[in-house]
Write a protein that binds this ligand. Structure first.
Ligand SMILES: Cc1ncc(COP(=O)(O)O)c(C=O)c1O
Length: 419
């Protein structure tokens, strides 16, 4: 068979499977148009929920902070990628783990505001944080400062180094809620001592959704010669930012939370000047090829390419709707939670009122320990929330104002009776 015939056959097989349609066009074409958004934003978001997501009407999902929901185009992209791989329709291995994935990293890096060579794809923020803590040359007596608000994935990797190599990990307490961004900068920077080598903190904290003044903290730490590590698990897709502006040395991300990626997608940013100072943890043949730059940290053995195809589709979906539009919607919903919680007699807020200090996560503490009836009714109503004594509410673009109403009316029904 001549080359032309092979090509025609490949193209028609791909077309048959719907593989040749440009994804960006497909995602954008199926979104409701801008005129609807101008005429009725609520109608626009309603259509986004019902047309773009697989969430059934009965599901109230308020735990996006633990794991986000991939929209339909992302699910399609993952399936198509697996199908394409299984059919070997292209001449590339359908995997990552030995590949530098330059085109994909360039697309993501452009959005994040960094260079392709500073970005490595990983499985999640946990892996990225472990790569940094395990890969820096720290010695006994060196100090790492963290806060008392770190997620286990931002604390554990440093504690392991403490147990293994005798570094010292010191925690700085963050007030709940803090008074101002300036107070936070002051607390962290004044805690830096003569042995402090690293300052590692969450850009948005897990427990209360506090948005830290990252740029100011990183700038002041760098001026003192301290390496900064930002656990940005909650940042990508929740708040607009550019990595180059943050000024951190390392950044760990989990786009499967707020950026519509399928589960198992993470990112590690390594500022160019730090690339040669980090040892990779999982290694194979090219472990010492520094010309690979950040891609050296992606030489980890065979992995599933389809999830990264999904991750890119999630990025395109986000861009098609627009970062500003998404942020203002999800923060508006979080503000709704904030206002309702501030008027509720049953809870006290841990999230600060200052709009600069939270994005789409709002956390409050129940005044009563007796939350069993509330939790049971939430479960019965198929409301997915995360909580115990504290309740953290996540709002994303699929969240309906009625979901938030239902949360608070459930509280009233179960707690009001006891008051
Ligand atoms: C601040 C923070 N860091 C890290 C993680 C771990 O994220 P992943 O499970 O995606 O690695 C989480 C998860 O909720 C988190 O909230």
């Amino acid at each position: 068979m001549n080359r032309r015939k092979v090509l025609t056959r490949t193209v028609s097989a791909a077309a048959l499977l719907g593989l040749m349609q440009p994804k960006e066009v497909r995602a954008a074409a199926s979104l409701p148009d801008a005129a609807l958004f101008s005429a009725s934003p609520e109608a626009y978001w309603k259509r986004i929920r019902t047309e773009q997501f697989l969430l059934p009407d009965w599901r109230v999902y308020l735990n996006n902070g633990s794991l986000g929901v991939p929209p339909k185009p992302v699910v399609d992209a993952v399936c198509e990628s697996l199908t394409r791989g299984a059919g070997l329709l292209t001449d590339e291995y359908p995997r990552w783990g030995y590949e530098t994935m330059d085109a994909q990293r360039t697309e993501y890096a452009d959005f994040l505001g960094c260079k392709k060579d500073e970005l490595a794809f990983m499985h999640n923020a946990t892996e990225a944080m472990s790569t940094v803590a395990g890969g820096l040359d720290l010695k006994a007596g060196d100090e790492v400062l963290i806060t008392d608000q770190e997620h286990p994935s931002g604390r554990g990797p440093w504690l392991q180094q403490q147990a293994r190599h005798g570094i010292a990990v010191r925690e700085v307490a963050i007030p709940l809620p803090p008074k101002s961004p300036e107070q936070l900068v002051d607390l962290l920077i004044s805690a830096i001592g003569p042995r402090t080598r690293v300052l590692s903190f969450s850009g948005i904290t897990s427990l209360t959704g506090l948005v830290m003044p990252i740029r100011q903290i990183c700038g002041a730490a760098r001026a003192k010669g301290v390496i900064t590590v930002v656990d940005g698990a909650h940042m990508i897709g929740q708040i607009p930012f550019r990595l180059a502006d943050l000024g951190c040395d390392f950044f760990a991300g989990s786009p499967h939370k707020w950026m519509f990626a399928p589960p198992g997608c993470g990112l590690l940013y390594i500022r160019e000047e730090m690339l040669d100072r980090l040892w990779p943890n999982t290694v194979t043949g090219n472990w010492d090829d520094k010309s690979l730059k950040a891609a050296r940290f992606m030489m980890v053995g065979t992995n599933n390419r389809a999830v990264f195809d999904g991750m890119l589709e999630g990025l395109r979906f986000h861009k098609a709707i627009g970062s500003e539009r998404i942020y203002s919607r999800i923060h508006q919903l979080a503000r709704m939670v904030y206002d309702k919680a501030s008027r509720s007699p049953y809870v006290e807020l841990l999230t600060p009122a200052d709009d600069r200090m939270y994005g789409s996560l709002t956390t409050f503490r129940f005044k009563s320990k007796d939350t069993a009836a509330f939790n049971a009714l939430c479960k019965k109503r198929r409301m997915w929330i995360i909580g115990g004594d504290n309740l953290r509410v996540s709002s994303h673009i699929h969240t309906r104002p009625s979901d938030i109403e239902l949360l608070f009316s459930t509280m009233e029904e179960t707690m009001g009776a006891k008051a």
